[in-house]
Design a protein around this ligand. Structure first.
Ligand SMILES: [Cu+2]
Length: 281
């Protein structure tokens, strides 16, 4: 009987205070394959050795025991917006963080070191603390200037000479976004679909949806836009938007950066920030 009470008490604690998760993230020198034959040296921040942007999904009031290893030759400032405030981790050192996930939303994980070098040359991730059963897609969008990448590692990077030439959704460009199931939005007429878009680049991107209007549920930088229903959504650097899509008709409709240079890759159109929504009856 005493054991039963104890078990019930533990179940109560877990529902009231959330589960505890262990996670290890690593700053790792890496190579990003672009949509053409070009590659870029970058520093990934992820739980595995991948250049796909990290996405950690947890429930509100969960706890996170987070170990961050810096496997790079340079120091990095580990930051999670609203949770971890620019913690310096020396080369080949590590840090532990204990996070109580009591703030709902999606937050950018990035290197808040020397701006723009560190933020730019690191692949930013997302921490999603969402209390929902609704199907949610996550787009981590950004741009790259291929010539800049050698400069970021020698310190010669000049923000006044920024002319990006590759534009990505989750580090993929058209046509590869559509073949990535976690990136390509798919559903049925009448579904409620959420889409979180984070701009982890240095440029403004304006995402244009064909076929449907979406509603802004949240914006980390422009709360005055919450509740608006429209088809084009500007995203400022480091802004996170949460949108709601309830498709009213079936079809395959394009979504793209309305700044048309953003639909190119290595000067080729339409090899950039372009994907399609696939809605079935
Ligand atoms: Cu358009």
């Amino acid at each position: 009987m005493r054991l039963l009470y104890l078990t019930l008490f533990v179940v109560y604690l877990q529902s009231a205070f959330g589960a505890t998760h262990n996670l290890t993230l690593r700053f790792q020198p890496n190579t990003l394959q672009l949509v053409d034959s070009n590659t870029l040296p970058i520093v990934s921040i992820a739980d595995t050795n991948t250049v796909h942007p990290f996405l950690g999904k947890f429930s509100l009031n969960d706890s996170l025991v987070l170990k961050v290893i810096n496997a790079d030759t340079l120091s990095h400032n580990f930051t999670i917006e609203n949770y971890v405030n620019s913690s310096l981790i020396s080369s080949y050192d590590s840090s532990y963080f204990y996070l109580k996930l009591n703030k709902e939303g999606t937050f950018i994980i990035f290197d808040e070191g020397v701006f723009p070098n560190n933020q730019y040359s690191s692949i930013s991730g997302l921490l999603a603390v969402e209390q929902t059963n609704i199907k949610t897609y996550f787009w981590n969008v950004r741009e790259f200037q291929s010539k800049w990448h050698q400069d970021t590692f020698t310190g010669a990077m000049n923000p006044l000479l920024y002319y990006p030439d590759y534009f990505t959704v989750n580090n993929l460009s058209n046509p590869n976004v559509d073949s990535h199931a976690d990136s390509r939005v798919a559903g049925s007429v009448g579904d409620t679909i959420h889409l979180v878009i984070a701009n982890t680049g240095l440029s403004i991107h304006s995402i244009h949806f064909h076929g449907y209007h979406l509603k802004t549920l949240n914006s980390s930088k422009h709360p005055e836009t919450i509740g608006r229903s429209k088809d084009t959504f500007p995203l400022y650097p480091m802004e996170v938007l949460k949108l709601e899509l309830i498709p009213d008709k079936p079809g395959v409709y394009p979504v793209h950066d309305h700044n048309l240079i953003g639909v190119t890759g290595g000067m080729f159109y339409p090899n950039g920030m372009f994907t399609t929504l696939r809605i079935v009856p």
